[in-house]
Design a protein around this ligand. Structure first.
Ligand SMILES: *[C@@H]1O[C@H](CO)[C@@H](O)[C@H](O)[C@H]1NC(C)=O
Ligand SMILES: *[C@@H]1O[C@H](CO)[C@@H](O)[C@H](O)[C@H]1NC(C)=O
Ligand SMILES: *[C@@H]1O[C@H](CO)[C@@H](O)[C@H](O)[C@H]1NC(C)=O
Length: 684
C-alpha cells in the first residue's frame, strides 16, 4: 500500500489499515454517484455540499511556502507519535483538503495540490475535495516522489515537518529527491498549523490519571527496573531509552489519558537513562496524586522529572551531546524529527524499543484482567445478537442504528470506557468491503435475506477487546454456508495449533487460510494483530505478519480469517487468543510447545455451519469451546438475570454431533440423541 522500501513501516501500516481501516461513504446505488461526487470536467465545476472549499487555505499556505523558498510541501496523515488514530488537531490533511480518510498524503506545489490515497478512499475523496485538489490513485512513496519530480524543477526545495514522518518514510523521500537534485527540507514550523492558526483545535487539557492497583500487572518502578536491566545486559551498552509511541509511555507509568480517539493515551515522550527518568508532558494535566506517585522517590534514580512536552527535541539534543552516551530507539515509532537530534554513532536502533517488547508479553495478572474484560464484552455482544434476532425481522435496524445500540450495550458494562475502534456494522454487499464502517450515507437495513458482519471492541480498565461475528437470520445459500464454514475451519485450525516456542506468526498463519485455499478462496488482509490491556486495539509488534516478533507465552493476538465476495457478502470470524503452554505427548525439548487459548467467548452462527465439512478434530474443538462458553458466560448471564440471553446461549452452544455421516441418513434429531448417549464427554 505504501512504499516497499520501508518494509517494516508499511507492513505495519498495511495490516493495520487492512484490519480496521474505515471506509466511509461507499455508494451502494450506482446512480447516486452523479450527485454525490464532484465533477471538475464541466464549467463551472459541480461540487456536492460535502466538499470543503480550500482556495483560501491553499493561497495562504503557498505564501508560507514562498517565504521559506519551497516549491512543494508534503502533508501526511499521522501525528508526532505515528499514532494509528489521531486527534482532530492532528488532522492536518483533512483540514487542508477536506479529505477525511485515515490514509493519504497531500502534496502542495505553487500551482497544484494532489491527494495520494489507495482505492478504499477514491470515491470518498471525490466527494470531499473541491477542484483545487487532484486525486492521485496511488499511496506509494515512489509514486508521490515521481509526481514531485515531474512538478518541481531541478534545484528546488521540498519541505516537510520531520515530526510527522517515520525514519524510514522520511529517508525514502530523501533518497528519491536528493538523488535528483531537489533538496529535502525538514522545517521546524508546521506550515499547515500556521495557516490553521487559532481555528486549530487546542491541545488537550483533560486529566491524565493513573490506573488503580487492581488494573496493573506491575508497578511503574518494577517496569523501569526491568528496562534498565535490559540496558545493562545489552552488548551495545545503551545509556538511555527514548520512547516516542504514546502507548509506550502510558504503559511504562501505568498512566492513561483521553487525547486521541479509541486509545486511552496522552501526548508524552519518555527519556529513561540509567540514573534519570524524564517524562515530557503537560504537567498541569497530572493530578496531584499522580505527581505525588511519580516524585515520592525524589531525589534518586526512581525520581521522575517532569519536563514540558515541547522540550523533547532540545532535551534529546542536549543529552546526545554528552560523551559516551548511546540512545536506544525503536525505529517504528520514532520520527525523523527526533532521529535528527542524535548523531548516528550514538544511536542503538531496533525496530521496536525494549518497552514495546516488554509490553507485548502479559504477566499472569494482566492475562487474568484481559480475560475478565472479555467475559463482560461477550455479555454485551450476546445481548446485541439476541436483540438483532428479535428486531431484524421487523425491518427496524440499519447498520448505523445497530452499531450505536451495540456501543451503548458495551458502555453499560462495568469498567467500560467506550469502543476500541469505530464499530464495523456491515450488511450484505457492504461487508464485502473488508474495512467498511457505516455512515448515514451508506447505511443499509439489516435483513433476513442478507448476511451481516459486526466487528467491534471495547476499552475496559482491565483490557481491550476486539471480536467479529457474521450472522444470517434467514436461509443462507449453500455457497454462503460453505464459505462461512471454511472461514470457521481456518479459525479453528489456527486456534488449536500446537507449535514450537518462538515460532513466527507468519509461519503458522497459513493454517487459517488452508481450508479456503483448498477450494480456491482466500482473504486479502492479515490474519491477526496484538492487543493491549486498556491500550491499543492493534498492539504491535505481535501478530502474523512477517515483521511481527515470534509468538511467545503471554502474548495476546487476534485470529481473524475471512472471506469477501464482491458485491454480495462478507464473512469474518475474529477471536482474541492468548499464547499458552501446550500439553504434548512428548516433551523432548526444554521449552514446552505452545498453543492458543481463545478468550473471546461468543458462539458462532449455527445456521451458517455446514457440519459435514468439519473434521472430527474440529468438531471436538468447537464442542469444547462451546462448553467453555457455557461454563463461563452462562453463570454471568444468570447472575444478571438475563434469562433470554441465557436461553439463547444454551441453544447456540449445543454440541455438534461427531457422527456427521450418520446425520445425513438418520436425520439430525435422532443423531443428536445418539451423540449425547455415546459421547457424554462432549456434553460436559
Ligand atoms: C542542480 O540544480 C542547480 C540549480 O538549478 C543547478 O545549478 C545545478 O547544475 C544542478 N545540478 C545537477 C547535477 O543537475
Ligand atoms: C496544559 O494544560 C493546561 C490545563 O491543564 C492548559 O491550560 C494549558 O494550556 C496546557 N498547556 C499546553 C502547552 O498545552
Ligand atoms: C446521522 O443520522 C442521525 C439520525 O438522523 C443523526 O442524528 C446524525 O447526526 C447523523 N450523522 C451524521 C454524521 O450526519
Amino acid at each position: 500500500m505504501k512504499d516497499m522500501a520501508s518494509v517494516s513501516y508499511i507492513l505495519r501500516a498495511w495490516s493495520l489499515l487492512f484490519l480496521h481501516g474505515c471506509i466511509t461513504g461507499y455508494p451502494n446505488q450506482a446512480n447516486s454517484e452523479q450527485e454525490d461526487t464532484r465533477n471538475c470536467m464541466i464549467n463551472p465545476p459541480y461540487l456536492p455540499p460535502t466538499v470543503t472549499m480550500t482556495g483560501d487555505r491553499l493561497k495562504t499556505l503557498r505564501e508560507h511556502m514562498q517565504s521559506n523558498n519551497l516549491a512543494a510541501y508534503i502533508v501526511p496523515t499521522t501525528d508526532a507519535h505515528l499514532s494509528e488514530y489521531i486527534a482532530e488537531r492532528d488532522k492536518r490533511l483533512t483540514w487542508m483538503s477536506g479529505f477525511s480518510g485515515s490514509a493519504g498524503t497531500g502534496v502542495i506545489t505553487l500551482q497544484k495540490a494532489a491527494l495520494f490515497t489507495d482505492s478504499r478512499y477514491w470515491i470518498q475523496a471525490e466527494r470531499q475535495m473541491d477542484c483545487n485538489w487532484e486525486l492521485q490513485k496511488s499511496a506509494w512513496t515512489d509514486a508521490i516522489g515521481q509526481w514531485i519530480l515531474n512538478e518541481v524543477p531541478t534545484g528546488e526545495r521540498i519541505g516537510l515537518d520531520p515530526f510527522l514522518f517515520s525514519i524510514d518514510n522520511g529517508e525514502d523521500y530523501y533518497q528519491i529527491l536528493e538523488g535528483e537534485n531537489r533538496t529535502f527540507v525538514p522545517l521546524e514550523d508546521n506550515l499547515v498549523d500556521l495557516v490553521w492558526g487559532t481555528q486549530r483545535p487546542p491541545p488537550p487539557t483533560n486529566i491524565i490519571y493513573h490506573l488503580s492497583d487492581d488494573f496493573i500487572g506491575s508497578t511503574w518502578q518494577e517496569k523501569i527496573a526491568n528496562i534498565r536491566m535490559q540496558m545493562e545486559q545489552h552488548s551495545k551498552k545503551p545509556t538511555a531509552v527514548l520512547l516516542s509511541g504514546l502507548e509506550e509511555t502510558a504503559w511504562l507509568f501505568n498512566l492513561r489519558g483521553d487525547d486521541i480517539p479509541y486509545t486511552p493515551v496522552f501526548y508524552a515522550y519518555t527519556l529513561l537513562t540509567k540514573t534519570d527518568i524524564s517524562l515530557f508532558v503537560n504537567r498541569s494535566r497530572l493530578s496531584t496524586e499522580v505527581v505525588q506517585m511519580l516524585t515520592t522517590e525524589c531525589p534518586g534514580s526512581l525520581c521522575v522529572k517532569l519536563e514540558d512536552y515541547g522540550q523533547i527535541g532540545a532535551s534529546v539534543r542536549k543529552y546526545a551531546q554528552q560523551d559516551g552516551v548511546v540512545i536506544w530507539i525503536g525505529t517504528e515509532y520514532t520520527t525523523l524529527g527526533l532521529y535528527q537530534e542524535v548523531p548516528e554513532e550514538k544511536l542503538l536502533k531496533n525496530n521496536f524499543s525494549p518497552v514495546m517488547l516488554a509490553k507485548a508479553v502479559k504477566n499472569s495478572k494482566e492475562q487474568k484482567l484481559m480475560e475478565a474484560a472479555h467475559i463482560r464484552d461477550a455479555v454485551a455482544l450476546i445481548r446485541y445478537l439476541v436483540w438483532l434476532e428479535k428486531n431484524v425481522p421487523k425491518n427496524s435496524v440499519d447498520e448505523v442504528s445497530g452499531a450505536h445500540y451495540l456501543d451503548s450495550l458495551r458502555r453499560q458494562e462495568t469498567h467500560c470506557k467506550g469502543p476500541s475502534f469505530q464499530t464495523i456494522s456491515a450488511s450484505g454487499l457492504n461487508a464485502a468491503l473488508a474495512h467498511y464502517s457505516p455512515s448515514n450515507f451508506t447505511s443499509r437495513k439489516l435483513s433476513r435475506n442478507e448476511m451481516y458482519l459486526v466487528d467491534s471492541g471495547g476499552q475496559y480498565f482491565d483490557g481491550t477487546t476486539d471480536i467479529t461475528r457474521t450472522i444470517h437470520w434467514g436461509e443462507p445459500t449453500a455457497f454462503q454456508k460453505e464459505a462461512y464454514t471454511r472461514v470457521l475451519m481456518g479459525n479453528i485450525d489456527l486456534s488449536r495449533l500446537v507449535f514450537p516456542p518462538k515460532t513466527s506468526g507468519r509461519m503458522v498463519e497459513l493454517f487459517a487460510r488452508q481450508p479456503l485455499w483448498e477450494v480456491g478462496l482466500n482473504y486479502g488482509h492479515g490474519t491477526g494483530h496484538g492487543i493491549g490491556n486498556f491500550l491499543s486495539v492493534h498492539e504491535w509488534p505481535v501478530g502474523f505478519q512477517s515483521n511481527n516478533i515470534p509468538l511467545d507465552k503471554g502474548m495476546f493476538t487476534s485470529i481473524e480469517p475471512g472471506y469477501y465476495h464482491d458485491g454480495e457478502f462478507g464473512i469474518r470470524l475474529e477471536d482474541v487468543a492468548l499464547v499458552v503452554q501446550a500439553t504434548t505427548k512428548y516433551q523432548v525439548h526444554e521449552e514446552p510447545y505452545l498453543t492458543f487459548k481463545v478468550v473471546s467467548l461468543v458462539p458462532y452462527t449455527r445456521n451458517l455451519i455446514d457440519e459435514s465439512l468439519l473434521s472430527q478434530d474440529q468438531i471436538r474443538y468447537i464442542n469444547q469451546y462451546y462448553e467453555t462458553i457455557r461454563q463461563i458466560i452462562g453463570p454471568e448471564l444468570q447472575r444478571r438475570q438475563l434469562e433470554e440471553e441465557y436461553r439463547w446461549l444454551e441453544q447456540n452452544t449445543q454440541p455438534f454431533s461427531h457422527a456427521t455421516l450418520l446425520a445425513a441418513s438418520l436425520g439430525t434429531l435422532a443423531v443428536s440423541t445418539l451423540a449425547s448417549t455415546i459421547l457424554p464427554a462432549a456434553q460436559h
